[in-house]
Ligand binder design. Structure first.
Ligand SMILES: NC(=O)c1ccc[n+]([C@@H]2O[C@H](COP(=O)([O-])OP(=O)(O)OC[C@H]3O[C@@H](n4cnc5c(N)ncnc54)[C@H](O)[C@@H]3O)[C@@H](O)[C@H]2O)c1
Length: 454
């Protein structure tokens, strides 16, 4: 099929490249001329493992091209896919649909033949019909159908997730659109991937329900982690014990500093807004947001306690700025919120991230010092914080942290190291939902379970 994808961000570029990889002819369109120039020059505007190779292969094979010219790109399109951003609208927390609606209008003006206009962006229930109205208004004689096709890929794993999805969700109104979407995804259904066909609103809701449910798991396990700290449990064991129940599963039961990124924060807020508008309150999601919001301050309190109550002029090595490893995305990253609090408390923050420094600079400028390597961040620091669990932080020997830091104090917000290892190296080690090194050592010596008043 001929596919036009609008937006070459994390979702649009990956979707376009992968649809080309399964044999479609894809043209990706973006308004940002600098992104298109980069792509034309064979450089990626985002960091996503494996993406450059898939793009290069398919450009070479003549199945993938880039342009800023939507009318030209839409000339022979069977499918036009909207994959633009839907950030949080500052005013009320709802998804900002400006980009989706602008794209719909441009598509309406650009198309002169039947096509299926597919919304891949995450959008509130009913948005598809507004897209339909906008296209019809822009081009009253155009014959077209709409479809909803939310995306579930994870940054850092996006190529795999797109090529081997758990399921593909498609919402449509007409049989003609359903048939077109079946053809688009045939290479995947031939491989046994389940195609879930439904109506537009259900499809749009599936995306929000899935993301807010995962965010709920994160906030839930974080609350249990807090409880573990109070009563002397170990969240790693609790999460393992819970997650081994197949009805629950291990995914998203990792305690930490709270969720961030380009999806969960905005999608939870939008879900609450959708519920309010429909007079069907999303009470659980409201609680999830509230737990997550308080998380950054809790983490800050942890750092403050580790620093003995004063951060003024302390040199803090902050390892990790992205919201998770294997991406350069820092949108709503907890590490950045924490960096700002540390700076406000008078600390000198030396931050290092394998991919995220350039994006961070766009958000907080030079509020922190950016180190070129983890070594440079750690050297002579009073305290180290692991904010994102990049493999290189996990693989670095504890002895090396010990050697480089001025004081052996670590706040590990991702529970990367074992208590035994940190005790062995004499660290004051503060992690999430686990005992302190002192409690751990005392526990080993007495072999009596810690008991605290509950
Ligand atoms: N990032 C993720 O991991 C992820 C996963 C699943 C779903 N989603 C959803 O997918 C959508 C896109 O997210 P993203 O992270 O790829 O966004 P992004 O901000 O990385 O990319 C959006 C791109 O669209 C371009 N754009 C905006 N308006 C345009 C127009 N009218 N014409 C051409 N280009 C235009 C922008 O220049 C930008 O390059 C969002 O709704 C998001 O919620 C994202």
């Amino acid at each position: 099929m001929n596919v036009t994808v609008i937006g070459t961000g994390y979702v649009g570029l990956v979707s376009g490249a992968c649809l080309a990889a399964v044999g479609h002819r894809v043209i990706c369109v973006d308004k940002a001329a600098e992104k298109i120039e980069m792509l034309d020059a064979g450089r990626m505007p985002i960091y996503e493992p494996g993406l450059a190779e898939v793009v290069a292969d398919n450009v070479k094979a003549g199945r993938l091209a880039f342009t800023t010219d939507l009318p030209a790109a839409a000339q022979d399109a069977d499918i036009v896919m909207i994959a633009v951003g839907t950030p949080t609208r500052k005013l009320d927390g709802n998804a900002d649909l400006t980009y989706v609606y602008a794209a719909a209008e441009e598509i309406g003006r650009a198309l002169d033949h039947y096509a299926v206009i597919v919304t891949k962006s995450t959008v509130p229930a009913g948005t598809g019909f507004e897209v339909q109205r906008i296209v019809s208004t822009a081009n009253p004689t155009l014959e077209f159908d709409i479809a909803s096709n939310p995306e579930f890929l994870r940054e850092g794993n996006a190529i795999f997730d797109f090529m081997k999805p758990d399921r593909i969700v498609v919402g449509t109104v007409t049989e003609r659109a359903r048939e077109a979407m079946r053809t688009l995804y045939q290479p995947f259904s031939d491989e046994g991937v389940e195609l879930i066909l439904t109506d537009i609103v259900s499809s749009e809701l599936i995306k929000y329900a899935a993301n807010t449910f995962l965010a709920t798991k994160v906030s839930f396990i974080n609350e249990v982690a807090d409880l573990c700290e109070k009563v002397g449990g170990d969240i790693q064991d609790v999460a393992r014990g819970m997650g081994s129940d197949r009805r629950i599963g291990h995914a998203f039961l990792k305690p930490g500093p709270g969720y961030g990124g380009s999806c969960f924060p905005k999608d939870t807020l939008a879900m609450v807004h959708i519920g309010e508008r429909a007079l069907s309150p999303a009470t659980i999601v409201e609680a999830v947001i509230s737990v997550n919001r308080s998380r950054t301050h809790r983490m800050m309190a942890k750092v403050m306690a580790a620093a003995g109550g004063n951060l003024r002029d302390r040199r803090i090595a902050l390892l990790g700025l992205t919201f998770k490893p294997e991406t350069d995305d820092v949108r709503d990253s907890v590490a950045i919120l924490l960096a700002e609090l540390l700076v406000q408390a008078g600390a000198h923050v030396v931050a290092y991230d394998p991919q995220g420094a350039a994006q961070t600079r766009l958000v907080i400028g030079d509020a922190v010092e950016y180190a070129e390597s983890a070594d440079a961040a750690l050297d002579d620091a009073d305290l180290c914080i692991i904010a994102t669990d990049w493999a290189e932080f996990q693989e670095r020997p504890v002895a090396d942290y010990r050697q480089r830091l001025r004081h052996p104090v670590m706040v590990d917000l991702r529970n990367v190291f074992s208590l035994a290892e940190m005790a062995e190296h004499g660290f004051a080690y503060h992690s999430v939902g686990r005992k302190s090194v002192e409690e751990y050592t005392a526990h080993l010596e007495t072999e009596v379970p810690l008991r605290r008043a509950v």
